[in-house]
Design a protein around this ligand. Structure first.
Ligand code: CU
Length: 126
């Protein structure tokens, strides 16, 4: 009986958790975009404008898949009042540096690149 209760409490997180694809391209964050579109964003400001992320709302248990498809390295982390929620660390361009981060704590955070401080968005974890 306790086991069933445990499953009922845990299951919804697995069922509804999502992985958000975040692409660093052209020194901006682009959301849920294919690698091909990200490559085109260099030359096509419309693609960049349509997919640019400025605020992101996710839930505890969700994941963000960070892919650097830029021509330069990035060093992305999320902080709130100086406290680090996660740190993707230095990410050179290319798929072998892709990294998935699981969100474990509720709150409102700033995701920012240490190398490009203007590259910044708000993350709300509910
Ligand atoms: Cu950067």
């Amino acid at each position: 009986m306790k086991f069933i209760l445990f499953i009922c409490l845990i299951l919804p997180n697995f069922v509804f958790a999502e992985t958000y694809n975040m692409v660093q391209a052209g020194k901006v964050f682009l959301g849920n975009i294919t690698d091909e579109q990200a490559g085109q964003a260099y030359d096509d400001p419309i693609i960049e404008e349509e997919n640019k992320v400025e605020e992101l709302k996710l839930k505890v248990g969700d994941k963000i898949f960070f892919k650097n498809r830029d021509e330069v390295s990035h060093n992305v982390s999320a902080k709130k009042d100086g406290v680090v929620l996660f740190d993707v660390k230095l990410q050179d361009p290319g798929a072998k540096h892709d990294k998935t981060i699981e969100l474990k704590t509720k709150g409102e955070y700033t995701i920012q690149c240490a190398i490009h401080p203007k590259m910044k968005i708000t993350l709300k974890v509910e």
